[in-house]
Design a binder for this molecule. Sequence first.
Ligand code: G6P
Length: 615
Amino acid sequence: MCGIVGAIAKQNVVPVLLEGLLRLEYRGYDSAGLVVSDGKLLRLRTTGRVAELGKLSTDRHAKGLVGIAHTRWATHGEPSKRNAHPHFSGESSKVAVVHNGIIENHESMRLRLESEGFVFLSDTDTEVIAHLIAFHLQNKPDLLDAVCTSIAELQGAYAIAVMQESHPDRFIVARNGAPLLLGVGEEGNYAASDASALLQVTKQMIYLEEGDVAELSSDGYRIFNCTDGKIDKEVVRKVHQSALTNEAIDLGPYAHFMQKEIFEQPSAVANTLEMVFNAQSISPNLFGDAAESIFSQIDSILILACGTSYHAGSVARYWLETVAGLPCNVEIASEYRYRDPIANPNTLVVGISQSGETADTLAALKYAKSLGHRHSLSICNVAESALIRQTDLCFLTRAGPEIGVASTKAFTTQLASLLLLTITLAKMRSKLSHDRECEMIAALRHLPVALQLALQVEPQVKVWAKRFAAKRHALFLGRGVHYPIAMEGALKLKEISYIHAEAYAAGELKHGPLALVDSDMPIVAIAPNDVLLGKLKSNLQEVNARGGELYVFADADSQIQQSNNVHIIRLAEHAGVLSPILHTIPLQLLAYHVSLQKGTDVDKPRNLAKAVTVE
Ligand code: G6P
């Protein structure tokens, strides 16, 4: 989703802005732009990639000591140069604005500003902000004051950066509901949507809080609280030393971030589980100091998440019910937030999110609290994210930065974390003997090695990928705890190869999707050697009898035979409770290699964004 970079320094900031935008490319975008001041504002915009913006900058000799830049993921108005940010307003005192988020009252604001004589040149909600600031500058000549007054009139979510032609000695940023942080450097000061954009210049980061407005100059920064359109007081925010490294966000020897992230899974899971590897038992404190007390009060679980994180929650439901004996609901956050669910104050609400910035997940959690839910836990990959700040308890998946839009290592580390949660709750509810707990810890210890073995099926998967590349549709089947894994496999394939893929609980096949089965429809089945294998085999027979072509991911010991239309890849071993984690790997590899075959943009699939910070 949109990315913002702002910089003010003692030397030309154009290279910093461009490098910052490159680092934010993974978030997803369809146009890019920047403005720098060299006495006058120079604006460059393109519907091409950041590299194209770089070329434009060279051709136009763009330079300046202050600038703001943006990658736009279209919401209001098509992707076009005219709609790309920055947006301008004002003649005598020109302002430039970049924005991430959605201004919900943009229509009424537009009418009001048009009646004041402002002329709109784009279809965006962002242009409203530029004109509104220019409007207030007529009476409040100070940009900081004008920004504070303007944001009080905006409804919706935003992170903005604003600069003014007549005052190239500073720029202003503000956040409310969309991510934004400051970077404090030796040679200047910076702002960006996430830390990866600023590692090139500093590791000192300040995570702005909701409602913060900051003024940045080359010598310093000041952060303010605004109330009712006026600066209330200056506030102090902690400076964090970012633990991110450039290596973590570099491709290294890999061709794509998705490939890198698939192959990083053994170490990502090992990092996530590090604190339990040497333990003989698992302590609730892993989830926060208050976890023991909170966990002892709860009688059910409600999981809220989107996309791949929702699939992780859907796997966890089976674990929580079977191992911990806890009733569990899993809800798509964007649906939950608009329903009238009945709250149970003894439910633990669990928000799962890689980014911790997904607007629907944040809003659903807030809504759950407003309904009377008292206890919340986040499972998240970003330590300083909004999600973590919103919940009583948290568990960090230590997957490292995930850049590919299609989530991979975040998913498997979420699963590992949810299994830890299951074991903890099962123990506290006396559902798990010490011996069984030790067995599960031993299985978790073995998980990185098991993942490494699972990755070895890649050459066989590549052969299948060649056949899939020519297909237009695919069905994915699974049963029980592997049904959400089938959903995740289908999501991966459609996200990056654009092949229409649907997942079904295998028992549902005969209630509709069987009508789609013919020799042209590949059917992927997840067939671990578990108690449901017999049932699944009957479902596969139904496909086979109708001429369908089956691609089965089985375990080494699954009694299932290869035949004319039944192709089998076997994982090295059956992993018991960990099986869904391991069965994810070949599905990720399949999507990756089909995408390579088709030549689609693996890491930045069309129309998609990594962190969905708008509704
Ligand atoms: C976007 C991403 C998905 C991700 C989903 C939820 O759609 O492209 O990969 O699963 O958001 O994101 P979250 O950061 O909340 O896990």
